[in-house]
Design a protein around this ligand. Structure first.
Ligand SMILES: Nc1ncnc2c1ncn2[C@@H]1O[C@H](COP(=O)(O)OP(=O)(O)OP(=O)(O)O)[C@@H](O)[C@H]1O
Ligand SMILES: [Mg+2]
Length: 130
């Protein structure tokens, strides 16, 4: 199992949700976050070390959305590819994807553990998207 963390443009959230459900993800957590990347929150036009007053630029936080998905390892590549393809505009600030190994998962209602926790409900099998 892997934890996929994606920090993306908020405007891409709906499209990402649709695309990820379509490839079979069984759950995700979404959080509104703020962050900065290598431009330190400055638009491309204002890159450089100093502003017009010769003062150092400040670092600004930009609103983003963070997706967290735990998936079976066989799904990781497909899910990452889907996120990258869907969230891509080609402009700075499109976001980042990180993948971490997951050592344990538990479904609290049933006590199930491991990849079982990531499977669809048996009675719904065949009714979900492929
Ligand atoms: N090293 C990092 N660690 C944690 N979060 C990060 C890191 N880099 C970027 N982020 C998060 O991802 C968001 C988007 O980053 P961003 O896409 O601007 O990355 P970038 O490396 O500057 O790439 P680009 O040049 O395409 O803008 C940031 O606002 C921040 O929330
Ligand atoms: Mg950036």
């Amino acid at each position: 199992m892997d934890l996929i963390i994606a920090v993306v443009q908020p405007a891409k959230l709906e499209e990402l949700k649709e695309a990820l459900v379509k490839v079979g993800v069984q759950g995700m957590t979404v959080t509104g976050v703020k962050g900065f990347g290598r431009q330190k929150g400055r638009p491309l036009a204002f890159l450089g070390l100093y502003n017009a007053q010769r003062q150092p630029f400040t670092v600004d936080f930009i609103p983003k959305v963070k997706l967290e998905l735990v998936v079976a390892s066989e799904m990781t590549e497909l899910v990452v590819d889907t996120i990258v393809k869907t969230a891509h505009t080609g402009k700075i600030g499109d976001g980042k994807v990180f993948v971490l190994p997951v050592t344990k998962a538990v479904r609290i209602r049933t006590g199930e553990t491991g990849v079982e926790v990531l499977l669809p409900e048996p009675e719904l099998e065949g009714m979900t998207n492929p």
